[in-house]
Design a protein around this ligand. Structure first.
Ligand code: UT7
Length: 331
């Protein structure tokens, strides 16, 4: 059995930080409202001319450096984004060029905020199928470019950034019994779980695109509806991931959730009866960075020493489509 080991991670945030107070000078909002309803205090904003591929490249370089792997060894780049540099070609190919490599496959995955979980599942399956040995999985977004800065209901929520992980095929990793204690499980991605319900695609969308309006468009969201579905779908998919591995919430060392809203994260932690100390939180500093939020949070917790080799890490996300998913990995 070939398994995907997560051998490195990295992240990149643009240098400009936008605070709630600065936003309150632009739209009818307050720091108190944003903090109370979302938990967000600041978000990063890409500079003029700074592209999604630039953010992705920096995160990829950091991930490769932490893995001690040369870019020339990478035979697969899967980049999750809803804010590509261009309609085509894939932003993954721009990152590949910036990394100075030309081998293997490079393509984008579009599942909005669930994009990183989707991309991780795709790369994991390429590795399990023997089609890739060393994969870069990147979540990179410049949501600031598709926000309606007059719409206080959405413009306060999102930020820009990128995160990446390096996966390496590990041959012959022994299968632990399904009922083995969590610390006896092999390292690597244990399972991924993806879902979509396209009936809800107009709950969270961009009102533009090449085949509809020929404009880029702006993000539109029915916030309360998204919130309602998020808590239901995320609670279901984390339970599904645990059940598939015959594990309980007590076996989880770290929950690394999509960082959309502190209230959604608190709900899932409560539902799992997981102490909040076991949840990696970056929503306060990063806001919602869509496909970048989970790998950004992973990188924060790995670098500050919380996530260590052997830890059981549960990742989850939910986004436009709706799409949602979870991934369980032993670090
Ligand atoms: O990443 C993909 C997944 N996305 C999400 O998970 C987002 C899910 N949704 C949410 O996080 C929340 O629904 C929001 C944070 C977007 C909104 O919070 P809410 O508690 O659901 O607020 P609401 O939309 O029900 O609005 C309550 C009030 C409204 O005023 P009235 O009608 O009660 O007078 C809004 O107009 O808050 C008002 N409001 C604001 N006030 C100050 C909405 N946005 C703002 C704002 N500042 N920025």
């Amino acid at each position: 059995m070939t398994r995907s080991l997560i051998v490195g991670c990295g992240a990149y945030l643009p240098s400009q930080v936008l605070t709630n107070h600065e936003l309150a000078a632009r739209v009818d909002t307050t720091d108190e409202w944003i903090v109370e309803r979302t938990g967000i205090r600041t978000r990063h904003i890409a500079a003029d001319g700074e592209l999604t591929s630039d953010l992705g490249e920096q995160a990829a370089r950091a991930a490769l450096a932490s893995a001690g792997i040369d870019a020339r060894q990478v035979d697969l780049i899967v980049l999750a984004t809803a804010t590509p540099d261009r309609t085509f070609p894939a932003t993954a190919t721009a990152v590949q060029a910036k990394l100075g490599t030309r081998q293997g496959a490079a393509f984008d995955v579009q599942a909005v905020c669930s994009g990183f979980i989707y991309a991780l599942a795709v790369a994991d399956n390429f590795i399990k199928a023997g089609q890739s040995r060393t994969a870069l999985v990147i979540g990179a977004e410049t949501f600031s470019r598709i926000l309606d800065w007059q719409d206080r209901g959405t413009c306060v929520l999102f930020g820009d950034g990128a995160g990446a992980v390096v996966l390496r095929a590990e041959n012959g990793a022994c299968e632990a019994a399904a009922t083995a204690p969590s610390n006896a499980r092999p390292r690597g991605i244990l399972s991924t779980h993806l879902h979509a319900d396209g009936r809800q695609h107009d709950m969270l969308y961009v009102d533009g695109g090449p085949s509809s309006t020929q404009t880029t468009g702006h993000l539109r969201m029915k916030g309360q509806e998204v919130f309602r579905h998020a808590v239901i779908n995320l609670a279901q998919v984390v339970e599904e991931a645990l059940a598939a591995n015959h594990l309980g919430a007590a076996d989880i060392d770290w929950l690394v959730p999509h960082q959309a809203n502190r209230r959604i994260i608190d709900y899932i932690a409560r539902k799992l009866a997981l102490p909040i100390e076991k949840v990696v939180l970056t929503v306060e500093q990063h806001g919602n960075t869509s496909a970048a939020s989970v790998p950004l949070a992973l990188d924060v917790a790995v670098r500050d020493g919380r996530i260590k080799q052997g830890d059981m890490v549960l990742m989850e996300a939910m986004g436009g489509g709706f799409t949602w998913g979870a991934a369980l990995a032993r670090w």
